[in-house]
Design a protein around this ligand. Structure first.
Ligand code: NCD
Length: 327
């Protein structure tokens, strides 16, 4: 494709060469990435951001089809993958309501995936069971992108979270990152903590006792050399925090809803909460929020959660271009 002259010096490896390092690969867990991979992905995401700002939509993935297969509710993840594919000139088979598909007749995940790959070049999957993305990938020949598997992982969210930190604060090494809320069931924090372990950061976990970060994950990250500390309250760590990552208490994962009621309002960030925080804090949330951050905080320049969603578009454009061999 021919770019306008003012865009020709933007580095985006366009063309038909199928040599990119993620060509044809699944994206199942953040464990598959090293720091060089992250730099590469973020470089492509930066280029996508520039291209979107200048020309909106372009034909890098023209003729390619994405199947968006969602067994759990989603607003941001499904619509950002859809927008990412369309901005790259490709098209999408959206399956957001599996109860209207053959899944409701009892079709297995491997069979559904084998069906969709007859029609699509890549499949984005969200599913309530941990490990489901790996099961789908074992059945499929085409790339599977994990868009959240139960309480397991949400690798594309973690990539966009890290990209957000880099864009907002200009670096990752040397930061203190505080993860707050439901650290037991929140898959976004499981993936993000694993990625942070690749950097020289300090991570604080703030949660109610029953929603602590899984002990096995904490031990695994300690082995990797990540500095971690656990707290029940935000006060002791707020002043040193550079990134405050707030999460929703995951009501749908509780077996006992009385327990949910006890912890659902454990932390609420208000303008008063943020008074002792750093002036350069990045306040993040994967969203949706259900009361953890008061709307009065939205106008604070440190509130990064709406920008975070936008960064997600560029990261998902980068990932689609890469697994389809175009970047
Ligand atoms: C998260 C998810 O689905 O894990 N949302 C998202 O993808 N942005 C977080 C949540 O549901 O609380």
């Amino acid at each position: 494709m021919t770019l306008p002259t003012h865009l020709q010096n933007i580095h985006l490896p366009l063309g038909d060469q199928r040599t990119g390092r993620f060509y044809g690969q699944d994206i199942l867990s953040v464990a598959q990435f090293d720091r060089a991979d992250l730099e590469y992905i973020f470089g492509v995401a930066e280029a996508m951001r520039t291209m979107v700002a200048h020309i909106g939509t372009f034909d890098l993935l023209k003729g390619k089809i994405l199947a968006n297969l969602f067994y759990e509710p989603s607003t941001r993840t499904s619509s950002s993958f859809l927008a990412a594919m369309e901005r790259l000139g490709g098209s999408v088979i959206p399956i957001n309501e599996v109860r209207y598909s053959s899944v409701s007749k009892g079709e297995s995940l491997p069979d559904t995936v084998r069906t969709l790959e007859c029609y699509a070049d890549v499949i984005v999957l969200r599913h309530p069971e941990t490990g489901s993305a790996a099961i789908a990938a074992a059945a499929a020949r085409k790339p599977i992108i994990n868009a959240g598997d139960g309480i397991g992982e949400h690798p594309t969210q973690a990539l966009l979270d890290l990209f957000t930190i880099r864009e907002e604060l200009g670096r990752i090494d040397g930061l203190t990152v505080t993860l707050l809320g439901d650290l037991k069931y929140g898959r976004t924090v499981h993936s993000l903590a694993k990625l942070l372990a690749l950097f020289n950061v300090k991570v604080n976990y703030v949660s109610p006792e029953i929603l602590k970060m899984p002990a096995a994950l904490v031990a695994q990250l300690r082995e990797k050399g990540l500095t971690q500390a656990e707290f029940k309250a935000l006060d002791p760590v707020l002043a040193e925090t550079d990134v405050l990552y707030v999460t929703r208490v995951q009501k749908e994962r509780f077996e006992n809803l009385d327990e949910y009621e006890q912890v659902k309002n454990a932390y609420v960030i208000t303008p008063a909460t943020l008074r002792p925080a750093k002036p350069k804090l990045a306040l993040m949330h994967p969203l949706p929020r259900v009361g953890e951050i008061a709307p009065e905080v939205d106008d604070d320049p440190r509130a990064a959660y709406f920008r975070q969603m936008e960064y997600g578009l560029y990261v998902r454009m980068a990932l689609l271009a890469m697994v389809l061999g175009k970047a």
